[in-house]
Unconditional design. Structure first.
Length: 450
């Protein structure tokens, strides 16, 4: 099961650099409410999320926009060709006023037509690397967008995992409360039987009835929590469904062995946020070069071929020109653009330092939480066994008339509490284990069931 999940995630992430130049369409358009299988595995939940969650479409759109920006920047390398077709109808009255001339100023309504067609070609020859730097900036921004898309994938993955584990917990708590309700019903029957036999007081029956009512209330709450958890999982998967599916019960799985130094090293290398950060820094460096290019001349060439005249047949003309544009003074515009680009680079690097500190904190907390979760899981497992033994002993004493109803209630409540703690500990273990994977940039999920 774990291997299948690894393949599924690897294929999804691999699409980030697929045939469409890095543009990935993760999720499809919204669908109508879906039919669900009776049992939902974690793998299937993730597959549904990767196919349906709207945030993945947002990430895909951002990637496509950044790829288009690369193409826009690259367009400066190519010839710019424009065509022209025009017809103009105009008068030809003189606009000069010959003051004192014996010839009077005259205007007429006579008009004539002027036909014009032509093709103009412009080609940049050299600009001291300005366009090259602009292209590099766009390419690095595209790399950052791809990494950000992978971050979105990981966020969707971890949200599905956490919601799946929460539903596992809610389902198991329903079972625990159902078992507790059965136990309290049996205790009430026993108390009533002993009361009828005259070997127990009425308070034993009343105590058992109160315990049963409390168990019924706990079961109602547990069932509602399970319904809410299912809705939360549906939201994490980005789907709509009314089918009352269930998820697999968790398995304890294998121990997770990793040191803090190893975890931090993996995070700094694999986290898509760090990959995006490095790309953003390189984009900011390229932007400085692009801004500095405005200090230097640009060399361009142009050619024009046209047909024009007032009457047919039209006559042709052509021209070829070379131009050197030398910036002399722009009101300090270029200087300020370079200053802005340098400031942006400083800000980007500072954000990188903040990100590294955040990742270090996240990894450290996740690792400590995992260690604590493992210890709690071992303790709760033992506690459940002890609570069951205690209840068996107390029930035996009560049947023999050596104990009272309060002691039985205490033992039953202790068992329910131990079982609840064990369920919560297992869910917490899976959640923090998945959180550690996310913190290290590993999106292979923890197994969701046996």
């Amino acid at each position: 099961m774990g291997r299948k999940m690894m393949v599924l995630v690897a294929i999804t992430v691999g699409l980030l650099m697929g045939e469409r130049g890095g543009v990935t369409v993760f999720a499809e358009e919204p669908k109508a409410p879906q039919a669900m299988a009776e049992v939902l595995t974690l793998e299937k939940a993730m597959e549904l999320a990767l196919s349906n969650h709207p945030s993945l479409r947002v990430a895909s759109g951002t990637q496509a926009a950044n790829e288009a920006l690369v193409g826009q920047a690259q367009s400066g390398f190519y010839p710019q060709v424009q065509g022209l077709l025009s017809y103009q109808r105009t008068t030809a009255n003189a606009t000069r006023n010959f003051t004192g001339s014996p010839f009077p100023r005259r205007t007429t309504g006579d008009t004539f037509g002027f036909y014009q067609s032509g093709v103009t070609l412009n080609q940049l020859l050299y600009d001291f690397g300005t366009i090259k730097s602009q292209v590099e900036t766009a390419q690095f921004n595209l790399q950052a967008a791809n990494a950000n898309a992978e971050t979105t994938v990981q966020t969707v993955v971890i949200n599905v995992q956490q919601a799946y584990f929460s539903l596992q917990q809610a389902q198991r708590l329903v079972k625990v409360n159902e078992e507790a309700l059965t136990q309290f019903k049996q205790h009430l029957d026993l108390a009533r039987g002993r009361f009828k036999a005259g070997v127990a007081a009425k308070v034993d029956v009343t105590t058992a009835e109160v315990d049963l009512s409390n168990a019924q209330l706990n079961l109602i709450t547990a069932k509602n929590n399970a319904l809410v958890a299912r809705v939360t999982l549906n939201n994490a998967m980005g789907i709509q469904t009314t089918n009352p599916y269930r998820v697999l019960d968790p398995s304890r799985g294998e121990a997770y062995q990793v040191t803090l130094d190893e975890a931090v090293a993996r995070a700094m290398q694999l986290r898509p946020e760090m990959i995006s950060q490095r790309a953003q820094e390189r984009a900011a460096e390229a932007a400085i070069k692009a801004a500095q290019g405005n200090f230097f001349p640009t060399v361009t060439s142009s050619a024009n071929y046209s047909y024009s005249a007032t009457d047919f047949p039209l006559v042709y003309n052509w021209n070829v020109a070379g131009t050197v544009n030398i910036p002399i003074f722009s009101g300090f515009l270029t200087k300020q653009q370079v200053a802005q680009a340098r400031a942006n680079l400083l800000t980007t690097k500072a954000n990188g330092d903040v990100l590294r500190q955040s990742i270090l904190l996240e990894v450290s907390q996740a690792l400590l939480n995992l260690e604590a979760a493992v210890e709690r899981l071992e303790v709760t497992k033992i506690t459940v066994t002890q609570a069951k033994e205690r209840l068996d002993q107390v029930e035996g004493r009560y049947k023999a008339g050596l104990s009272n109803a309060v002691e039985v209630t205490d033992a039953e409540v202790a068992l329910v509490t131990a079982q609840v703690n064990d369920v919560v500990a297992m869910s917490n273990y899976q959640s923090v284990k998945a959180a550690l994977d996310k913190a290290m940039g590993i999106i292979t999920p923890v197994r969701g069931g046996s």
